[in-house]
Every structure is written in structure tokens, then in C-alpha cells.
Design a protein around this ligand. Structure first.
Ligand SMILES: [Zn+2]
Length: 361
């Protein structure tokens, strides 16, 4: 089964964590045996493992905050530094593309060619192998802080950026993020207008509740939540309430289920709890909640956030590498999902979404 993952911080892993993602997860773990830090030697994502797992298309992020706080590798003292970091990350993806490892997909023609090639390859290769066509990446930015001012968005669009989440954790330059109750800042609405004009799709993930509803008032285009789970199952401000999920359904948006254990199980504490009671079946609980709430399987999909600042210790126990996303197929079937619904959740909904987003490109 071909799979689309709508949220992977690949360039952050490659540049800030200095991981050579052309090597397998197992090789990188061995190299990091003596490297200190959260998630080190416990990674789950690298390109050979994505190929084995047929993650043929992913949303790959640029991420560099400038919130006025300073967090090493993540949060830069000035927007100019964040701009430099994000352009470095963009350059990394372009270098991978120039060397033939990946394709950056930014319009429907390229998407359709990529899908056709992978479908033919998938049908002809039932065996597990890393010898696949190139991986496809759609470029997103998680937190708009590197965009110096709203008028600069056009240049980012030209560079390939297609999705944008205005904020991340904390007080973003454009909007309040996770763990704040801040709304849009004065430069938030002009950015949203420019996104709508250019067709840069709004990723609602990480917006505070206040900013979430304000953003929907100022932006009339297509929306997604690239990596988000359900507040009804695991109460936390980072998760979306049923009312928020319904607002996304109303725009025909799609929600990617995240694999971070604290978003899967109530009461899970980062740095304290173990993953012994968290499995991929918990992810299916969140997918199922979205499908039951919507009354269909149109809006649920995958956005794992694997290796988004953590590793195996904070991922479901039965996930060794990202290739294990293939387990979702049987888990969904065991819940009574029909083959067409499973295909929609694992790739079809994101494909429909990108076609909708790029219908004018
Ligand atoms: Zn995130």
C-alpha cells in the first residue's frame, strides 16, 4: 500500500541534528550511540526506511522559530537568522533533488507523474526493497517566523513552498502557537490574505484556539491540520476539539494523525512515561474518532511527525522505523474499514487535497 505522510521534519534532522538520512535508521542509530540528547540513537526516519515503507510522498518541513525566546537549534534570536536557517533547509532539499534522491512536487502535473510511476512500481514489486523510484516531497513551513514580512511570501512560493503553518510552539511572529492563548498578531491577517492570493495552503496545526478561529475568519482557502490528534480522546490544547475538527470538515480539509505518544494516550508525560502501553492501535483510535465524527473517511489521514524532536522512546511501542506505517493497513481492516476507506486514509485523501489545492497551477 502506498502511503503519504504529511509531516516530517527531515531537514531539521539532517542539518540541526546532523543526520545523514541517506543511510538507514539502523546505521544512524549506531553512529549516535555516544551522542547525548533526547531521541539520539533512537531515530525512526531515514530515506531507505521510507522507501521500504512505500512512503512515496511526504510533506517535508522548513522549521526555524524566532519567538523572542532562545531554544538551541529551534528558536533564533532574530527573524533574519530564522530566514537563513529556513533557506539552508530549503537548499538541502534542493541538493537532494539535484542528486536524484527526491523530487520536490509543487503542481498537479508533477504529482500525477509521480503517482503513476509509484503505482506501476508498487504493483510490480510486492517484495520489501529499498530500490524504488525517488521519494516525493511537498514543501511546507512549520511556523512562519522565517518569512520576514507578508509581501515576501511570493518569493517563498516561487522557491517551492506550498503549505504554511503560521506558528509553532509559543508566541509566533504571526500568530499565537501551542501553549499560548494569543491570537493573530498585526502581521497575521496580511500574511493570510497573501496565502489565499498565492494559493499557499493554511496548516492549522499549532495555532492556539484563539488564533485558530481568527485565522479561519481571515482566510477563505483550503485548510489542513498536518499533524493533529483529537482533544476528545487526549485532552490537551495542542489537540483539536470536535468543534475545530468540524470546522476543518466544513472546508473539506484533511487531518494527519500524529504518532507522538503524549498525543496518543491521556496522562503520558514526556521524559517520564514509557511507551509500553502505547501502540499504533492508539493512532487508529484518533483516525476512527475523526471518521465517526465526520460520518465518512474523507478527512482522516497520516501526518506522523516521527523524529520531530524525539525518537522511539516517544513513539508507539510497535513502531521500530517509519516502514512500520504499513501496519496501519491491517489495523484499520481489523476495525472494519473497507479497502477503499483504508486507501483513502493512507494516501487518497491527501492526493485529493493536493489536487484541490493546485487546481489552478
Ligand atoms: Zn509540530
Amino acid at each position: 500500500m502506498l502511503i503519504i505522510d504529511a509531516h516530517l521534519d527531515l531537514s531539521m534532522n539532517a542539518l540541526q541534528w546532523n543526520r545523514n538520512l541517506l543511510q538507514s535508521v539502523y546505521t544512524i542509530r549506531t553512529q549516535e550511540q555516544f551522542v547525548q540528547g533526547k531521541g539520539r540513537a533512537l531515530g525512526t526516519v531515514a530515506y531507505p526506511d521510507m522507501r521500504r515503507g512505500r512512503i512515496f510522498l511526504s510533506v517535508a518541513t522548513l522549521i526555524a522559530r524566532s519567538t523572542g525566546r532562545t531554544v538551541p537549534y529551534f528558536d533564533f534570536a532574530t527573524p533574519m537568522q530564522a530566514y537563513g536557517m529556513a533557506h539552508g533547509q530549503l537548499a538541502y532539499y534542493r541538493a537532494l533533488e539535484q542528486e536524484g534522491h527526491i523530487r520536490i512536487i509543487s503542481d498537479t502535473a508533477a504529482l500525477d507523474r509521480h503517482v503513476a510511476e509509484w503505482e506501476a512500481w508498487d504493483a510490480a514489486h510486492p517484495e520489501v526493497t529499498e530500490a524504488t523510484p525517488p521519494l516525493g516531497f511537498v514543501l511546507s513551513m512549520e511556523g512562519a517566523d522565517p518569512i520576514l514580512h507578508p509581501e515576501q511570501l511570493a518569493a517563498w512560493w516561487e522557491a517551492g513552498l506550498r503549505l504554511l503553518g503560521p506558528t509553532h510552539y509559543g508566541p509566533g511572529r504571526y500568530a499565537g502557537g501551542t501553549a499560548t492563548e494569543l491570537g493573530l498578531t498585526p502581521i497575521g491577517p496580511p500574511l493570510l490574505r497573501e496565502m489565499e492570493r498565492l494559493g499557499v495552503v493554511l496548516d492549522l496545526t499549532h495555532l492556539s484556539d484563539q488564533a485558530f478561529w481568527e485565522a479561519l475568519e481571515h482566510y477563505n482557502g483550503l485548510v489542513l491540520a498536518s499533524h493533529n490528534n483529537c482533544r476528545a480522546l487526549v485532552p490537551h490544547q495542542r489537540q483539536f476539539s470536535d468543534e475545530q475538527l468540524q470546522a476543518i470538515f466544513a472546508r473539506d480539509g484533511v487531518i494527519g494523525a500524529a504518532f507522538d505518544t503524549w498525543m496518543l494516550q491521556p496522562g503520558w508525560v514526556v521524559g517520564q512515561s514509557t511507551n509500553e502501553n502505547v501502540t499504533i492501535a492508539n493512532v487508529v483510535d484518533h483516525i476512527d474518532h475523526i471518521c465517526q465524527l465526520a460520518g465518512n473517511s474523507r478527512h482522516a489521514a497520516i501526518g506522523t511527525d516521527l523524529d520531530g524532536g524525539y525518537g522511539r522512546e516517544q513513539s508507539p511501542r510497535d513502531l521500530d522505523t517509519i516502514a512500520d506505517l504499513q501496519k496501519l493497513k491491517d489495523l484499520l481492516a481489523a476495525r472494519g474499514y473497507a479497502a477503499a476507506d483504508i486507501a483513502a486514509i493512507l494516501h487518497g485523501n491527501w492526493l485529493r487535497f493536493f489536487h484541490q489545492a493546485w487546481k489552478n497551477n
